[in-house]
Design a protein around this ligand. Structure first.
Ligand code: B12
Length: 492
């Protein structure tokens, strides 16, 4: 069969997000995206030989409906569900069979079934070969349900040869699944379970080596993002993994829970093996709100202390915050702006509280009659889709925009960059992994070309940045990332 593996995006309905990578594409003068969703190389690996595969990722290009697919398989996150249904509808009018899978159809299979021939509930590992077998025999079932969580030690090596790899800025690798916590707003424990399952270290090493075999050089160019929800959930495994990553010479980043701050030995071995940044869900500055979220792991920590301890190891903390929880009134926005100023977090992430289907939060807000609508395209953490407790929906949206713009104004960015440059934060990175002169020069030339666009704030920023671009303490990738955050904050 000819199988189209598809990643839908928000189409024109979604608000611009940093994760659209729109600024990167504009700046680099080529359509680029962060990375291909790992579900796709996973499905490719599970597909028996003899089938023909094409991957269509709407983040980097259009779907070729004329290709003549026999089966269209679409991976669906909640905010892209309406677009996924549109794509499935178009294929169905062409007589092509469609299968929807991923987190959204798994949590709302009946809804997905109204738009497709078949739905896979849960992970593909156990059921994908059966789906293909039935599709080929013309007996596609309506529902396939994975019986139990996949044993990751048996997972095949994801196949990345079908990907337009030059379009992606990084690669995603997953070493564990599951999260021990049960945060009210999160659907990971409902989908992946609370028990931590891991691949073997040897599997992960093989996977990275196979990516390197495709021509990726991770120092100077790309990095690997570990898609684990919490890379230190199994500390013994994490310790072995970091040891094994060391000789692979990669730059990497990951997600972890806040208790990582007390793990001095792990932090050292993370840095030594190439970790540059750790994404941590800070969520709220208020203890009561953390309690309501069941984010108990954060309660024991002083946030400033956490940031200091981790950053002392040369890794950036990328803190993520949720705005609009029931305990928070309008004053929460100013408090957050003040906290960012005080902590000097370089690239914090702000999300409007979003009740994703399948979460305890969704169930509670629905029972309270506070869900405003189920237009999933707006369940993207950039829109308000519920009635907040202590402010209006408009106040929440305004506050979110104010925080994003204040923190990512060019003057705030510049202040924070100077702070990191002056303390020599990237000194060690730049010694082991120097930024090539050629990149610095190209970056400077592209910055100069932006001066012509007459955006005064940005031009002033560029004028101040330019003399720094060749400074050995500077990493141009962090300037580019912050400019992208500015761009998305001001297009909200
Ligand atoms: C990595 C990741 C990212 C990366 C993505 C990089 C990339 N291009 O891959 C980054 C950091 C960019 C990111 C961004 C966002 N993310 Co994210 N992300 C994840 C994370 C941690 C892992 C996803 C992953 O790679 N899993 C590994 C693969 C192998 O698993 P999988 O995708 O689930 O696929 C398996 C099954 O679902 C199934 N399957 C999947 N698709 C299909 C299709 C078919 C046909 C079949 C048969 C089966 C199948 O089989 C697969 C193999 O087992 C998940 C959390 C999680 N545990 O899932 C959140 C998660 C997916 N993200 C989420 C969110 C909300 C976002 C953002 C909106 C956050 C924001 N504030 O902007 C953005 C949206 C970005 C965008 N435009 O796409 C939510 C989605 C909730 C939902 N209901 O949709 C999740 C679940 C996190 C959470 N705690 O709620 N994210």
């Amino acid at each position: 069969m000819r199988i189209a593996l598809i990643i839908p995006t928000g189409g024109s309905q979604g608000a611009q997000s940093f994760y659209d990578y729109a600024f990167y594409s504009k700046f680099l003068l080529a359509k680029k995206y962060i990375s291909c969703r790992l579900a796709i190389p996973t499905l490719a690996a599970l597909t028996p030989a003899g089938h023909e595969i094409r991957v269509f990722d709407e983040n980097i290009g259009e779907i070729d409906y004329a290709w003549g697919a026999d089966l269209a398989a679409i991976s669906v996150m909640t905010m892209f569900a309406p677009r996924a249904y549109e794509i499935a509808g178009r294929y169905r009018t062409q007589g092509v069979k469609t299968v929807l899978g991923g987190i959204h159809p798994s949590l709302l299979p009946d809804e997905a079934l109204a738009h497709s021939d078949s739905v896979v509930i849960g992970e593909a590992e156990e059921v994908w070969p059966a789906v293909l077998h039935d599709a080929q025999a013309g007996r596609l079932k309506r529902v396939y349900q994975a019986g139990k969580p996949a044993d990751l030690t048996c997972s095949p090596l994801p196949v990345r040869t079908h990907l337009a790899r030059g379009r992606y800025l990084s690669d995603v690798v997953q070493t564990t699944k599951g999260c021990p916590y049960r945060c009210e707003f999160c659907c990971v424990h409902a989908f992946d379970g609370q028990r931590i399952r891991n691949k073997t270290v040897a599997q992960v090493v093989r996977e990275i080596e196979s990516i390197q075999g495709l021509g990726a050089t991770y120092k100077k160019k790309k990095s690997i993002f570990f898609a684990d929800d919490n890379i230190i959930a199994n500390k013994t495994f994490a310790r072995d993994l970091f040891q094994a990553l060391k000789p692979l010479n990669i730059n990497w980043m990951c997600q972890a829970s806040m208790n990582i701050a007390q793990e001095q030995e792990l932090l050292t071995s993370m840095r030594v093996s190439g970790c540059g940044a750790i994404f941590i869900g800070f969520e709220s500055l208020q203890a009561d709100t953390l309690d309501q979220m069941h984010k108990t792991v954060n309660r024991r920590y002083d946030y400033l202390d956490v940031i200091a301890k981790i950053q002392a190891h040369g890794m950036l903390v990328q803190a993520s915050f949720i705005l609009g929880s029931d305990g928070e009134g309008p004053s929460a926005f100013e408090e957050l702006i003040d906290f960012i100023r005080e902590s000097r977090l370089l690239a914090p992430v702000f999300n409007i509280l979003t009740p994703f289907p399948g979460t305890e939060l969704f169930a509670r807000l629905e029972a309270q009659g506070r869900i405003l609508h189920k237009d999933w395209s707006r369940y993207d953490t950039k829109h308000v889709v519920f009635t907040p407790a202590r402010m209006t929906a408009e106040e929440l949206l305004d506050g979110y925009r104010r925080v994003s713009r204040e923190v990512y104004s060019f003057s705030s960015i510049l202040e924070r960059l100077h702070y990191y440059w002056d303390m020599g934060f990237w000194k060690e990175h730049n010694t082991i992994d120097p930024v090539r002169f050629r990149y610095r020069l190209l970056f400077a030339i592209r910055l100069c070309s932006l001066l012509a666009s007459r955006r005064m704030e940005r031009s002033r920023f560029i004028a101040r940045i330019l003399p720094r671009v060749f400074d050995p303490r500077v990493r141009v990738s962090s300037i580019l990332a912050l400019m992208a955050y500015n761009d998305s904050a001001y297009s909200l």
